[in-house]
Design a binder for this molecule. Structure first.
Ligand code: SAM
Length: 497
């Protein structure tokens, strides 16, 4: 039977997969999805219409598991992002074991465990870090793909899976057998693997307060933003208060959740659940950050840049949850402040932003603007105070961390400055200024290799940086000037621009 797949059927397939698995497929992957769909139709001997109708109405209960083999990325290895495991051993486990619980068992979830390397790494860490036999661990490892879970349960790996595992660890926990590395039985017993869909309602998996630690790394980066928010919300509720969440290196909770504190130790970023959680959102707020809105507006605009900023401010205001439609209530107009900023009349801009109405005194965008203008005006202590107020509202605000880095440097605390820069760069990987600042700090400290690394990254980002952010954070320098400065510093450290 010959099967052709119309583009609208591929669209329906994409939408059904998004709803049921959370996975997002962008335009570039439609061809790939079309191939997967075509193979499935040929295999099942069904028409596209009949198959999709059944899939959409949940009449193919095992189908998602079958599709998972083609649609998911099972890439993983033992002790991936090893810094996070060090943080787990040296901070997280001791802290969780101090809470005086009656049953001495720690509970960990590896969500999106693929072929098991992450879950087994957790078990090994526990065995190595905890020598009190009265403590036990329960590791639950879940994944959408039954094929990956089958491999996980075998506990047999190739050397490639242990490419980042220290030789001593490898000797202690693995036995070579017929070209394979067989995991120690006691470690295998500590982990329970189960097929589960993180995107599904699952009261048992997300039992409130049931985990001490959740590892959900390199999974949600493949999810649609709203589904990611939903899963994070479930994770927050299923963690005990004070429990910890580890995400992948390229994943942050910025703009996703306010239920966690950011932690940064052992060169690793991770999160700790706050005691009190926000009520679950009925309709998730849109994932538009002010910077993204500004960039969008700027792209559509032929006229003055300041109008782009103004357009962005209006759209951001309209996007605020619960905001009245722009036409109904006249909002305070921040455009004159940006106009003054662009003309480098910083003191007047500061006066203007401080004269905003009282109901906007806690507005994060305006607090950031105020802090930045205070630094321009040399009022560093006041800028730091405003940033702290901003972080009390939005702990994951990359801009506030960057301004605190400038304040730290001004106060001579280079370590603190670099720490805030690193947090800003982690929270917003597209943000050029903290990279530039880190590069300049490293160069001054004679750390040429670190300087080269940061400045190379800064140069790449500066060329793509959002115009509104350059205006706000550029300290009066435009893009060309900042690129020039970065290029010079890079050459001075022996780098190539
Ligand atoms: C790149 S692997 C990450 C493995 C491991 N966490 C790590 O960081 O090394 C992503 C895994 O997420 C799983 N996954 C994707 N969507 C899922 C879903 N809706 N529910 C459960 N697992 C899912 C995939 O099957 C895949 O095995």
């Amino acid at each position: 039977m010959s099967v052709t797949v119309e583009p609208f059927l591929v669209e329906r397939f994409r939408a059904a997969l998004g709803r049921q698995t959370g996975l997002a497929f962008d335009e570039q992957r439609l061809g790939f999805l079309g191939d997967v769909l075509m193979r499935r139709l040929a295999r099942l001997g069904r028409s596209g219409e009949a198959y999709l109708a059944a899939l959409e109405h949940g009449k193919l209960p095992d189908e998602i598991a079958v599709l998972a083999r083609d649609l998911t990325v099972p890439e993983t290895y033992f002790f991936r992002h090893n810094d996070q495991f060090r943080a787990l051993a040296e901070r997280v486990l001791p802290e969780r074991m101090r809470d005086g619980r009656p049953v001495r068992t720690l509970s960990i979830l590896s969500a999106g465990c693929a072929t098991g390397e992450e879950a087994y790494s957790l078990a090994i860490i526990f065995r190595e870090a905890v020598d009190d036999p009265s403590w036990d661990i329960r590791i639950r490892a879940v994944d959408l793909s039954p094929a990956a879970l089958e491999k996980a349960a075998r506990g047999r790996y190739t050397a490639w899976s242990l490419r980042d595992t220290a030789p001593a660890r490898r000797r202690r926990w693995f036995l070579e057998q017929g070209g394979e590395l067989v995991l120690d039985e006691s470690i295998r017993r500590a982990v329970r693997f189960e097929p589960r869909n993180l995107a599904a309602e699952d009261a048992e998996l997300w039992n409130p307060g049931s985990y001490d630690v959740v590892f959900c790394r390199n999974v949600l980066m493949y999810f649609e933003p709203d589904r990611m928010r939903q899963v994070i919300d479930r994770i927050a509720r299923s963690l005990a208060p004070g429990g910890f969440l580890f995400l992948g290196h390229a994943e942050t909770l910025r703009g996703v959740s306010e239920d966690f504190h950011l932690c940064h130790t052992h060169d690793a970023f991770y999160y700790q659940r706050k005691d009190a959680l926000h009520p679950p959102a009925e309709t998730p707020p849109p994932v538009l950050t002010p910077a993204r809105v500004a960039a969008e507006v700027a792209l559509q605009l032929d006229g003055a840049f300041v109008d782009a900023i103004r357009g962005a401010s209006e759209r951001v205001a309209a996007l605020m949850p619960g905001a009245a439609p722009a036409a109904a209530v006249p909002r305070w107009d921040s455009a004159p402040v940006f106009d003054l900023l662009q003309r480098e009349r910083f003191a007047e801009a500061l006066q203007a932003v401080r004269a905003r109405p009282a109901d906007l005194s806690g507005d994060p965008d305006l607090l950031l603007l105020e802090a930045m203008l205070l630094t321009h005006d040399g009022k560093i202590a006041a800028a730091a105070t405003v940033c702290r107020a901003l972080l009390a509202i939005d702990e994951l605000h990359a801009g506030a961390h960057y301004v605190l880095a400038l304040c730290g440097e001004h106060g001579g605390d280079i370590a603190e400055a670099a720490e805030h820069d690193r947090i800003a760069a982690y929270l917003d990987p597209g943000f050029a200024m903290p990279r530039l600042h880190l590069g300049l700090l490293a160069r001054r400290a004679g750390q040429r290799e670190a300087a080269r690394r940061e400045l190379t990254q800064a140069l790449f980002l500066l060329e793509r940086e959002d115009p509104a952010r350059l205006l706000l954070f550029g300290g009066g320098f435009n893009r060309e000037a900042l690129v020039g400065l970065c290029t010079l510093a890079l050459k001075d450290c022996g780098g190539r621009a």
